[in-house]
Ligand binder design. Structure first.
Ligand code: ZN
Length: 129
């Protein structure tokens, strides 16, 4: 199995994940860490076809995880085996404040053109700025 450094030399681009890491606010970082750990675990049992995070971000108040073939850099759909996990973390994100990580009174709403998932106190703070 090629190690990651070798793969990076073969690929001719840098992924958003390599460049920016988790493109989310603090409250969702633990969820992103969980995704990264899960991918590492998946690769241990799929060393013949490893995958990699292409980008992980908050978009329209939802967590989006984009994966790619770690060897070729091609976009891939979420492998069947990982679908329940990804659905679970997406659901968790919808119920977690993007800013503070609270699970209480969390809602997704739009403010000044940005859709965010925030708890009531963080929403109040946003709107009082
Ligand atoms: Zn909050």
């Amino acid at each position: 199995m090629a190690n990651v450094d070798t793969v990076k030399k073969v690929r001719d681009f840098v992924t958003p994940f390599e460049e920016f890491g988790y493109e989310v606010s603090n409250g969702w970082i633990p969820i992103c860490e969980k995704v990264e750990e899960k991918i590492e675990e998946y690769n241990k049992s799929h060393s013949d076809a490893p995958i990699e995070i292409f980008q992980i971000k908050s978009k329209f108040g939802e967590l989006r995880v984009y994966l790619m073939d770690a060897t070729t850099g091609d976009d891939i759909h979420t492998p069947e085996e990982l679908k329940p996990f990804i659905e679970e973390v997406e659901k968790e994100a919808r119920e977690t404040c993007e800013w503070c990580g609270s699970k209480e009174d969390v809602h997704t709403s739009s403010y000044r053109g940005w859709i965010r998932t925030l708890c009531d106190p963080c929403n109040d703070e946003l709107r009082s700025r």
